[in-house]
Ligand binder design. Structure first.
Ligand SMILES: C[S@@+](CC[C@H](N)C(=O)[O-])C[C@H]1O[C@@H](n2cnc3c(N)ncnc32)[C@H](O)[C@@H]1O
Length: 337
């Protein structure tokens, strides 16, 4: 029986992921202490540390997952880096979206094979790789970055990852608000992904590009951005009620019976917000749940504990608490003898 898939052209980049290690391949070496080093294999090349060196020729032609020993007797385990290893070690201009958040974006915004996705900004291209992997060769990712230098770094990182230009990728330099209306027809995008300082400034241009039902997903680093974005989404009237969340990833120490969370973790990366594009002419139904009293003060000076979701104790509760700690109000105190 023949496998019909054998006759299909190979997916971009797949050949770099399989088979024996070849000249030009990136290889991640793990030393006995778990420290990682990434090398690119060259004929006659050497990987030097202060304790000996390793010959690239000992790796070329071998399968992944072998252990090689350097001139000092130190053993290294050799694998090709995974996408997450590549993203974390690639040269950066701007901060990257971490793999844990990139995974959330792909899953929660439903970035599907063949999808048409607009991404802005591009930074170092970390998220671009996850988007391209998800849409595949038959999809479309248009990445728009206003800084030419960042776009050049992203281009290098993406091309190096796939070993060739990706057929689904288009990279434009310019401001999203200027580029998008000129480049993509209205209603043609399935998904818009925003990772920039002020995503609320681009909600209208994103809504113009999105098809009805399309998903907007934004990644922001602070609560102040999140609040402003959520209110702008509601005010726009072209999106459904936004949903926001964050994820935390905690590694575990695995040693015999000492199985416990690791002491250190990445405490904060960012918040994600998703919303759907409603059809033109649709009036977004009013929310049933009324906002908490005072959620929308006129100015920051008008803020109350209520606005910040803090519980204000009742006078009765305070009187009881005062009594409990032996500090009743002066008018309730019994005179000391
Ligand atoms: C944090 S970086 C993006 C990182 C990227 N997602 C990654 O994983 O590597 C934010 C980028 O947005 C770009 N940017 C900000 N506002 C923009 C706009 N209105 N149009 C295009 N790019 C913008 C910035 O220049 C910066 O490179």
């Amino acid at each position: 029986m023949t496998d019909e898939r054998e006759n299909l052209p190979p997916t971009t980049g797949v050949e770099l992921k399989r088979g024996p290690l070849r000249v030009g391949d990136r290889v991640q070496l793990t030393d006995p202490r778990g420290r990682l080093s990434t090398i690119t294999l060259e004929e006659g090349g050497e990987f030097h540390t202060h304790r000996g060196f390793l010959r690239h020729d000992d790796l070329i032609g071998s399968p992944e997952g072998i252990a090689v020993t350097n001139t000092y007797g130190i053993e290294y385990l050799a694998f090709r880096p995974l996408l997450s290893d590549y993203v974390l070690s690639m040269p950066r201009g701007a901060a990257i979206v971490y793999p844990k958040d990139a995974g959330q974006i792909v899953a929660q915004a439903d970035i599907f094979p063949g999808a048409r996705v607009i991404e802005s900004g591009v930074g170092s291209g970390g998220l671009t790789l996850a988007l391209l992997n998800a849409v595949g060769d038959g999809g479309y990712v248009h990445s728009i970055e206003r800084r030419e230098d960042f776009a050049a770094i992203a281009r290098g990182n993406v091309d190096n990852y796939y070993g060739a230009p990706h057929p689904a990728w288009r990279l434009s330099v310019g401001d999203l608000a200027d580029v998008l209306p000129e480049s993509d027809s209205p209603g043609s995008a399935d998904r818009v992904v925003l990772d920039m300082l002020a995503p609320w400034e681009n909600l209208e241009v994103a809504a113009d590009a999105l098809a009805p039902g399309g998903v907007l997903i934004a990644y922001v680093a602070t609560t102040t951005q999140l609040s402003r974005l959520a209110e702008a989404v509601r005010d726009s009237g072209r999106y459904s009620e936004p949903y926001a969340w964050e994820t935390m990833q905690r590694g575990w120490h695995l040693e015999g019976l000492a199985v416990r969370p690791q002491h250190r973790m990445m405490g904060h990366t960012g918040f994600l917000l998703t919303t759907r594009r409603v059809a033109d002419g649709t009036v977004v139904p009013e929310r049933k749940r009324r906002p908490a009293k005072g959620s929308y003060p006129a100015t920051a000076e008008d803020w109350t504990e209520d606005d910040l979701g803090e519980r204000v104790p009742t006078d009765r509760k305070l009187r009881r608490t005062r009594r409990a700690v032996g500090q009743p109000r002066p008018d309730q105190q019994t005179p000391h003898n």
